[in-house]
Ligand binder design. Structure first.
Ligand SMILES: *Cc1c(COP(=O)(O)O)cnc(C)c1O
Length: 243
């Protein structure tokens, strides 16, 4: 089982290298993030021991459950799930360095209040819904610039870029359009020159579409299935507010 994870990571690294080479990009520009929802800490450890350093959970509960077992291995924790405001306080206990799924101002405000109280700051990415699917979170593309401007006013939140989940489609061109749209929004925000706002990171691309994402400028690809195997729970459980 551990050999399989190691082999899968090597395959993914090879796919990232190939996609970078094909698009004249330096492979150091693209970080691999391990999406670890439903994966037990023991299996995540195997991946970290190969030298991977970036993992992310979708639910605060899972972050909490695995936190201690993983604390002995150096790594960074991002958060990529739908965050409810009543979980903010809990999330801040587990050393998350970046929330990639900031998608609404009320969440940003509550996060800011709590961070101020704890005298902390937090890196964030603005999550944009580039696929126009109702079941996914993210601010609508037309609202992304306004949200970025609003969040930029909150001194504890350090904006580092944008995140999106591409359309789950068998049509590569449609998937790629989502990533292209995120890149366009990034360029528009950069052009505004907002003080304190960095737009370096584009977190996009998953197991099935990382090549298209890298072609469109991804700096972080978030990979779960292709490393840890298929999950027992459908993604709708993680991407739907009502579950
Ligand atoms: C699960 C998940 C991923 C990884 O998806 P795979 O298809 O398993 O690689 C990436 N991003 C988010 C937000 C996820 O929830």
């Amino acid at each position: 089982m551990s050999e399989e994870i190691i082999r899968n990571i090597n395959t993914i690294l090879q796919r990232i290298d190939n996609a970078c080479a094909l698009n004249d990009r330096d492979k150091t520009e693209v970080k691999l993030l391990l999406a670890t929802k439903t994966v037990p800490a023991e299996r995540i450890k195997i991946a970290l021991e190969t030298g991977q350093t970036l993992i992310a959970e979708n639910k605060v509960q899972e972050l909490k459950e695995k936190y201690e077992a993983l604390s002995e291995i150096p790594h960074a924790n991002h958060f990529i799930g739908h965050l409810q405001t009543n979980k903010i306080k809990d999330l801040l206990k587990y050393n998350v360095s970046c929330i990639q799924s900031l998608d609404r101002f009320d969440l940003a405000e509550k996060l800011h209040q709590r961070l101020r109280l704890e005298n902390k700051t937090m890196e964030v990415l603005i999550q944009v819904n580039t696929s126009f699917e109702q079941s996914k979170f993210g601010v609508a593309p037309e609202g992304a610039i306004t949200l970025t401007q609003q969040v930029a006013q909150l001194s504890t939140l350090k904006i580092k870029g944008l995140m999106t989940i591409g359309l789950l489609s068998a049509e590569p061109e449609k998937v790629r359009q989502c990533f292209r749209l995120l890149k366009t929004i990034q360029q528009q925000i950069i052009a505004l020159g907002l003080p304190g706002v960095e737009m370096k990171e584009l977190s996009m691309g998953m197991s099935s579409d990382l090549e298209a994402a890298i072609a469109e400028g991804a700096t972080i690809v978030r990979i779960g299935t292709a490393i840890f195997g298929t999950r027992p729970t459908p993604d709708s459980y993680y991407w739907n507010e009502n579950k």
